[in-house]
Design a protein around this ligand. Sequence first.
Ligand code: COA
Length: 322
Amino acid sequence: MIYSRIEGTGRYLPERIMTNADLEKMVDTSDEWIRTRTGVERRHIAGDDETTSDLCVKAAQAAMDAAGVTADDVDLIVIGTTTPDLIFPNIATLVQHRLGIKPCPAFSIEAACTGFIYALSTADKFMKAGETECALVIGAEVISKLVDWTDRSTCVLFGDGAGAAIVKPADEPGIVSSHLGADGQYKELLYYPVGASKDLAKAGVGDSKILMKGNEVFKVAVKTLGNVAAQTLEESGIDKSELDWLIPHQANMRIIQATAKRLGLSMEKVILTVQDHGNTSAASVPMALDVAIRDGRIKRGQLLLLEAFGGGFTWGSILMRY
Ligand code: COA
């Protein structure tokens, strides 16, 4: 049996930082409201000309350096994103070309905030099928360009960034198991109303924005994340006491706290970046992973639970040894 293992990670955050104080000048909100309801203190925002592939290339290079691989080694690229540069060609091909990676399968997966979990699970399946020896997996988002900066109910939540991982074969896990799910009945609770085949030509600046029923998203997120985490541990025969770290999607501090509570995990075992990054959608889990690997908290051999939840709804978890 071939398993897959993360050999190196990287991240890139745009240089511009927007604090809660900056937002106070833009909409009717307060630092106190944002901190207590969401846990967010600041977020990074891409420059006007900066695209998601720009962020991907920098995060990928950092992951390749950390793993000790070069562009010649990579033979699969999977990118989770909802904010690709173009409608086509897909963003993985843009990243492939810019990094000088040879012809290989390169595609993106659109699963909103669960994008990286879907992408990593897909790369793991390619590995188990013997179809890759070195996969570049990225979660990246420039969601600030979809945000309506006059809508206080959503603009305070989000940020931009990219997180990447190099995945290679191993004789033992690595990735122990992954669980993916989706339920399209919840579309109305969180969506963006314009797309390639719907109203794109009609849309003008300000016509489209992220539409969200925050309260209802919150409730389904807490329930679903608790369920998928519990299911993952149960089906893998792992007791929660064996977990070293929970690396949750960084949507909201209160959702993270509620998930940790349902799992009976102390917050000391939870990697938190929401205060510094905001909700970076598909980029949030790989960036949190990279932060904690680079600062030395996550060590080789430790057992990690990655989980995410996003528009659709989609959700997923990955149990892995680093
Ligand atoms: N600043 C100040 N007040 C704000 C505000 C802001 N940025 N945004 C909303 N409010 C106001 C509302 O207008 C409302 O006022 P009212 O009582 O006078 O009507 C009040 O705050 C409460 O709004 P509500 O939406 O009930 O707040 P909440 O406690 O549910 O918090 C969210 C809002 C968005 C932080 C919360 O619902 C949430 O995090 N939901 C999950 C969202 C999410 O994670 N989405 C991504 C999933 S991947």
